[in-house]
Design a binder for this molecule. Structure first.
Ligand code: SF4
Ligand code: SF4
Length: 344
């Protein structure tokens, strides 16, 4: 047998049935026609799925918000009493992810368990099923073929779907993916040789559609060898307005701040996303800031992604999604940094 296919008409039915067992997230067209991953629950699931959009170009907000929300409670307290707010583990189905975002979630999984097991993150992330729908419409800022993180993956997914017209060819990437297909077997059909041939063509076309090509390996090498000139950071620092947009949309940025909200003997401890480009990010209690110069703030971001992440994990913290450039009000993106460094 060659594998499986699923008719497009069956995708919604599958998601509805799966949402009985799994906390299910799917990309839905939302306000302003932006697409977001939204949880399928309640009586109106069918109505919600009318907005299912598996053909989106790129999500503004990365699906990392499902496992690492922008603001979350760590615990609450009332006088001397601590009230735990750790969410219980539930099986989660993320259906319709892009390959780059799957790579990013795997990167985040590693980060949140590498030196310390972060139970808040891990309870959300460890029991999940990742279903890729291969990208057909990359944005002009995407460069996943250069970072080798898309538009399709070789490993890392549970299921990977390639669009071949009125159906998807389904590739199984894990035992969990195989069990999922067996559990919902009625929605899947056996793939023919023609289907498999069509999926190969779809994958090839998807690769060709990514127009921005960069010498990513060379850039990482230059960063690791400290061959990036200070003047490049200074030029970026002159333009950057330090809004943090590029960091908030980045699917691999994991920095957070922790703060207490106190109200007369009760309150809570929370964490929220932070950004290394904010002036207060490294300010110490004394008021001293070891990164007070703007160009140093700038260098920190790019060195983290293209040097330290790579040296620590063997994988760069950039998955080539292009969101940083798409969201920057002054048109700065990591792709331009890579281009400039490799031209030097
Ligand atoms: S640095 Fe930019 S291109 Fe790279 S993963 Fe983050 S947002 Fe995407
Ligand atoms: S989005 Fe642009 S302006 Fe804002 S912090 Fe990032 S690089 Fe600077």
């Amino acid at each position: 047998m060659n594998g499986w296919t699923i008719k497009k008409d069956n995708v919604k039915k599958l998601c509805i049935e799966a949402s009985e067992q799994w906390e299910t997230y799917v990309p839905l067209e939302d306000i302003g026609r932006d697409t977001h991953f939204i949880k399928l629950d309640g009586e109106n699931r069918e109505l919600l799925l009318d907005k299912l959009n598996l053909d989106y170009e790129s999500l503004v907000v990365p699906p990392k918000v499902i496992v690492f929300p922008q603001l979350e409670s760590l615990f609450r307290f009332q006088d001397e009493k601590i009230i735990e707010t750790v969410k219980p583990k539930v099986p989660r189905l993320l259906f319709g992810l892009r390959a780059c975002d799957v790579k990013a979630i795997l990167f985040m999984d590693d980060f949140f368990k590498r030196n310390f097991e972060d139970i808040y993150y891990l309870n959300r992330s460890m029991d999940k099923l990742l279903v890729i729908v291969g990208c057909k419409h990359p944005s002009e800022n995407c460069f996943c073929t250069s970072t080798k993180t898309g538009p399709f993956l070789e490993t890392g997914f549970d299921l990977q779907l390639a669009d071949i017209g009125n159906k998807y060819v389904v590739e199984i990437g894990s035992e969990k993916g195989e069990e999922f297909v067996s559990s919902y077997r009625k929605f899947f059909d056996e793939a023919s040789k023609d289907d498999i041939e069509c999926s190969k063509i779809a994958k090839h076309d998807a690769e060709e559609a990514v127009s921005l090509r960069l010498d990513f390996e060379e850039a990482v090498k230059k960063f690791c060898e400290d061959k990036v000139p200070k003047r490049m950071y200074e030029r970026i620092a002159e333009r950057c307005i330090y809004c943090g947009g590029c960091i908030y949309v980045c699917p691999t940025c994991s920095c957070f701040n922790v703060f207490d909200d106190l109200k007369a003997g009760s309150g809570g401890r929370y964490r929220n996303w932070d950004a290394c480009v904010f002036e207060g990010y490294t300010r110490e209690a004394s008021g001293h800031n070891p990164r007070s110069e703007k160009w140093i703030l700038t260098s920190r971001r790019y060195e983290h992604k293209l040097k330290y992440d790579y040296l620590t994990t063997g994988m760069s913290g950039c998955v080539g999604c292009g969101r940083c450039l798409s969201s920057c009000p002054v048109n700065i993106g990591i792709s331009q940094v890579i281009e400039e460094v490799t031209k030097e």
